[in-house]
Each structure stands twice: as C-alpha cells, then as structure tokens.
Ligand binder design. Sequence first.
Ligand code: ADP
Ligand code: ASP
Ligand code: MG
Length: 426
Amino acid sequence: MSTRNTIEVAIEGGRRATAAPAAPLVWKFGGTSVADHDRLRAVAERMVAAQRSGRGVVAVLSAMGKSTDKLVDQAYAMSSRPPLRELDALLSVGESISCALASIAVAELGSHAVSLTGPQAGIGTDARHGNARLVGIEPHRIHEALADGAIVLVTGFQGIAPDGDVTTLGRGGSDASAVAVAAALDAGECEIFTDVPAVFTADPRVVPDARRLSSIRHEEMLEMAEAGAAVLQPRSVELALAHGVDIHLRSSFSTEEGTWIRREAAGFEGTAEVAGIAHRREESLFAVDGAGAGVVAAALAERAITVGAIVPTTSGVQFTAPGADPVEVTAALDAVDLAAKVDEDLGSVSVVSLGMARKPDIPVRALAALEAGGIPPRLVTTTPGRITVAVSSSRVDDAVRLLHQTFIPAAGSATVSDLHSPADAA
Ligand code: ADP
Ligand code: ASP
Ligand code: MG
C-alpha cells in the first residue's frame, strides 16, 4: 500500500498533474493543554478545524495535567527501587489515555482520528528505560492513517526498545517525540502548544516583566532548557537543531503567534548579549563517603541519571544531578550499597549567553549582583553557554529577578498576560 498521499492539482491550460500534498501539521499539546475533558475537547476542536481547512494533522499528546507525577508516586509507594522496565510500563500509560480520549472527542465532532502508541507510531529507542534515546522513526502507520484521512494522535514520551519493550524518553519527553515525528515526516516545523504564550527572557511566573521573544536561536534555547527553563525539554531542542526543525512555541489557550525557535533569529534577541535567565527551584547536593567520582557516576548512569558537578572531598565526593529527583538518585546509589547525605535546600539560577568564554564580565556582574542582593553562591559553574550559580532554594526567585534586572534591558511596553496556572491542571 502506498504510504504517501498524492493530490491532483489543476495547472495552466487545463491539464492536471499530481503533486505531493503539503506536509502535515505536527502539533504537540502539553499536560495543562489536555488537563481535563474540556481542554481535550478544545484540542479536538482545534485539530478538526485545521483538518477541515485542508491540512493533515498529527498531534502528539502529553499525559493529562499532573497525572505522570501521580503515577511516579504510586510506583515509589510500592518500592523504594522500582524496576525501570516496570516504571516505564506504568508511566507511559498517561499519554495513551490522553490520545484515546482525544480520539473519542474527535469522533464526537464528526471527524475521524486514530490514536497510535509510541511503538505503533514506530518511535524506536535504545533500551535505556526511564531516559531512552531515540534511534529512529518508522512512521508508516502515521502515513497510512493520514492517507485514510484521519487525524493522527501519537502518544508523547513513549518509544519501543529493540526488544519490543515500551520505553519512556525522560520527563517532559513529549516535546522530543513531537520534534522527532516532525523530522520523520519532513514537516520542517513543529508547533508546541503549552500554557504560556511564548518563550520569555525568564520564567514569566517568576519575572512578570520578562520580555517575550518572537524568535530565539536553537543554541540559545538549548542552553535555557538545559539550565532548567521547563518550557521545552532540552532533548527536543537538540533534535530540532540536528534535523533542521523549526519549533513554534505557543499558547493552546489562544490563536496568537508565540516564539519561533529557528536558525535565523531576527530582532533584538538574536543579537542580545544575554539570551535569558533560567532557573531550577529544586536542586540537591549529595555527599557520599567511601566512593570515588567514577563509581558514583556509573551508579547514576545505571538509572539514566547524569551527574552535574562532582567535587572530591577528603572522605568521598559531593555531587549534583541537575533535574534528577533525589528519590531516584538515592535509589541509584542504594543499588550499589552507597548511601548519600542529601542537602535539598538548593536551587540554581543561570545567565545564558553564548560565547561565555569571551565574556569574563558576565560572571563578574552576576556574582556582584547576587552579593549585593545578599544571596551567597553555594557553587558556581561556567560553560561556553552559561554561568550557573547554586543558591539556597528559598532565594532562587529573588536571584532570578535580580539577574534579570541586571542583564535584560527593560522593555517598556512588554507585559506578560494570559498565564494559565499549572494548578488549574492538577
Ligand atoms: P507543558 O505541560 O505544556 O509541557 P511545561 O510546564 O513543561 O508545559 O512548560 C511550560 C512552563 O514553562 C510554563 O508554565 C512556565 O512557567 C515555564 N517556563 C520556564 N521558563 C520559561 C521561559 N523562559 N519562558 C516561558 N515559560 C517558561
Ligand atoms: N507526561 C510526561 C511528563 O510529565 C511527558 C511529558 O509530559 O512531556 O514528564
Ligand atoms: Mg513540558
């Protein structure tokens, strides 16, 4: 069976020729955007309207609201060290529910949708349960469903390992699923619908006068995401960069344009010395006695956790694991009979600026601003793309606002509106 649709087009002189149809729209809706039945209906209406206007629609959906967190809690209620394969079997369920419900909502509107799991959609990964890496997509079922005139709903976050087991792509991984599907379908772009109208120069929930970006380069967005800007999962931006996919990050609550993440950024942000300020509210500093850096890094890698900074101490090591849940870090160490002292009173704030190696003034200004604000740095790391300062968790928001004020020129008219509380989604 042909997997590619063709359409007949009239050309001058009355002859007819065939042409490849426009690439399908590839959309992704995050947790808040599918948080309840009304939101799912709104998503279904948006998809049906786009399809009726003549476009193929492939939508990647996240789990509803905070349902993945609830599944994680259930797993750890059963065991302090749940097997990763079973954790994936459990966590991947949330996305399946969203897609099936959205498909039912589409049917209710008189259109036809097909929900596909990650395995059914041919999303191949390695076998690293909990944080699997994409190895390739075989999208023939997506093409077939499009050719049949269906709206295609693909579960985000899920993949299939070489042995046929279901895997998950790490927290927030539906963004990566969507970009990967866009790349596999040669769609060129991927629209990610979320609960904020754009990417801002800092989390607009922390800095109400953060500047809204009309566009930002992939490289800058990647640094923001790696530093904790949860608006996009870092892997999705990496994939978009590697496969030449533009991302349009926009609100699922309106039709307004959001931010384009693309190679050529226009406007002030493309040339800004500092792209933005990112933060993580929950970081931990772990101390392990009687083990070296290599042993600790290997134990964490077994549970798909990447180590951040490691500092050897007289009795062992201290380390960070940015973005990792302390419960999972403790479980990873426990598996090799190591115990950690955990200081959870930590967060981090980063100033993102490409080419940091040639900008020694940025760390100086950042540290001076924090000192003037009475916020002592607990750990400072710099990379070519950013400076990250660990501070006490209770001071993270203050640190973000302070550094934003220091590095981002005031916009005058820019204000943040239309924010939708994640609490609405729970
Ligand atoms: P989704 O469930 O749609 O994937 P996420 O919660 O993962 O949504 O990401 C959206 C959130 O990212 C926003 O609610 C916002 O608080 C946060 N965020 C962090 N940094 C930024 C930023 N620089 N610009 C916009 N939003 C940001
Ligand atoms: N549901 C998963 C999570 O909460 C994946 C995603 O939403 O992108 O991390
Ligand atoms: Mg997300």
